[in-house]
Design a protein around this ligand. Structure first.
Ligand code: G6Q
Length: 522
């Protein structure tokens, strides 16, 4: 089972979309709503506690159908089946892509090279559970027999961004352990983090799939030196654990075999928070909630696998984004979570999306003739409204936006939450409706500012017609977080398939690394 290698621009759907774009690029969303009073309901999807309203987009039924047809014509169904079944769809690295297996709670075996990987997955989950339970309960202690108070995750890229984002997102559910993350090879990062820690009560989790990453090994050695100022070499076995595929290198570092959590080639770094790379998440909120996080992702996997494309949330998000990226030439898209807990989500998704789909060579090895990977960025609402949203509302660029909000807040203050959500809806409405010159005129007259009308009219007018998706989730829980991350993972997957690129390698990060080595030799 391999991926089809179809140039998307050669499909019938692409030609139709090009035609539709030329005919309807000026279409106004307000008119679309007038033409179809049921548009909001028609362009909404519900998956358990997730409701996606994608009605505020510049497409009519025919365009939407053509977008879905594009996914079909480029072989998405076969690609989904191949991915979930463990086919080696990461062809350039000859690897399967099975982060989905890490959260697959079914009894169905999944084979890689003839072996059922479910066995190693459940064994590792048990190890994560026992370890987290014992550390949290204070049964497993540091080298002077004191319970751990702090956990330091040392890793970079996929071995840092996921756990860091999830620990922050689930802070509400966190126990007494304080979690810290060291990633940058900038020594100030590690020294700043260590300066307030006590080696006796600090647990180090060194996360590196390859255990060859310069930044992580440098930081781990510095942490070890700091530790050995007070402790003995034999004490490393108590306070250091590692997550890696490279068992030999971990042992050489002095970490006890029992303290090594395995990783596998069939999980890409940026998709690895579901594996033992997520150990710090489990330490932070406990295994039960880590497991709920996996379950949430699995629910989204089932939805993605089993739902027709026109009702499939990841597919709809992916194809909507392709519409703007490839036809309107939108340069970026903005992600706006309306909860402070998801502060790190945009940064996390930058790696998922941009490392996966930042490719210019197609699956046939030829240069693509169309735009691929979207540039994603963003920040939490309402902070973003007081910063960059000016450009989204009134700038010259078309920037599709994803608004992510929650029906319930976690601390339950109604006053705050009503204000937050009023802004959430207010922004999406402002983007699509805009404000006409007539409205500005009327407003200035009412404010007794007739004299300023001529001078201010154009500045105060909003073009509107700016697209956005509104994702409303019941509540931020480990489960809904898992579902949300999986939603964006699958969106990224769909786009890679349609663009006919390989989403699971990352050769683009190598050259700079090699050249940096030359500088070190100088
Ligand atoms: C992710 C990338 C990359 C990787 C880091 C860390 O998909 O492969 O971000 O996670 O380079 O690699 P190690 O885990 O091997 O240290």
């Amino acid at each position: 089972m391999t991926l089809k290698k179809i140039n998307p621009t050669s499909t019938n759907a692409w030609s139709l979309l090009q035609k539709k774009f030329n005919q309807t690029k000026q279409v106004n969303m307000c008119d679309l709503f007038k033409q179809n009073p049921n548009r909001k309901a028609d362009y909404s999807l519900k998956v358990d506690d997730f409701t996606l309203d994608f009605s505020k987009n510049r497409f009519d039924d025919e365009t939407f159908k053509a977008l879905i047809d594009l996914a079909t014509e480029t072989g998405l169904q076969q690609a989904i089946e191949a991915q979930f079944a463990g086919a080696k769809i990461n062809e350039t690295e000859n690897r399967a892509v099975l982060h989905t297996a890490l959260r697959d709670i079914s009894k169905e075996p999944i084979l890689v090279d003839g072996k059922n990987i479910k066995t190693v997955i459940s064994k590792t989950l048990k190890k994560i559970k026992t370890f987290s339970d014992e550390v949290i309960a204070g049964k497993l202690k540091g080298y002077t027999n004191k319970a751990f108070t702090d956990v330091v995750n040392i890793g970079i890229g996929g071995s840092d961004l996921g756990p860091k984002m999830a620990v922050e997102a689930l802070k509400f559910y966190q126990n007494h352990l304080k979690c810290h993350f060291i990633s940058n090879v900038d020594g100030d990062h590690v020294y700043e983090t260590l300066k307030n820690l006590n080696p006796e009560t600090t647990l180090f989790v060194i996360v590196s799939k390859t255990f060859t990453t310069q930044e992580t090994l440098t930081n781990a050695l510095t942490a070890q030196k700091w530790f050995l100022k007070q402790a003995q070499v034999a004490d490393i076995a108590h306070n250091f654990v590692a997550v890696s595929t490279n068992l030999e290198a971990v042992k050489a570092f002095g970490i006890a075999s029992k303290n090594i959590f395995p990783m596998w080639d069939w999980v890409g770094g940026r998709y690895s928070l579901w594996s033992a790379v997520g150990l710090t998440i489990s330490l932070s909120v406990g295994f039960k909630q880590f497991n709920e996080f996996l379950e949430g992702a699995h629910q989204m996997d089932l939805h993605f696998k089993n739902t027709p494309f026109n009702k499939n949330m990841p597919v709809v998000l992916a194809m909507t984004s392709i519409w703007y990226n490839n036809f309107f030439n939108a340069e970026t898209e903005v992600i706006l979570p309306y909860t402070q807990y998801l502060d790190l989500l945009p940064m996390y998704l930058q790696q998922t999306v941009m490392e996966s789909n930042g490719k210019s060579v197609d699956r046939n090895g030829a240069r693509v003739s169309y735009q691929t990977g979207t540039i994603v960025w963003g920040s939490t609402g309402t902070n973003a409204q007081h910063a960059f949203m000016q450009l989204v509302h009134q700038g010259t660029k078309l920037i599709p936006a994803d608004f992510i909000g929650f029906s319930k807040s976690l601390h339950g203050d109604d006053d705050h939450h009503r204000k937050l959500m009023a802004n959430f809806y207010g922004q999406t409405e402002a983007l699509y409706r805009g404000k006409t010159a007539a409205e500005v005129n009327r407003e200035l007259k009412l404010a007794n500012q007739q004299a300023s009308i001529e001078r201010l009219l154009t500045f105060k007018t909003f073009e509107g017609n700016k697209p956005s998706n509104t994702l409303l989730i019941e509540k931020l829980t480990p489960k809904s977080l898992g579902k949300l991350i999986a939603l964006y993972e699958h969106k990224t997957f769909v786009q890679g398939i349609v663009w006919n690129i390989f989403s699971f390698d990352q050769f683009g990060v190598e050259l700079g690394k090699e050249l940096a080595k030359n500088y070190l030799k100088k």
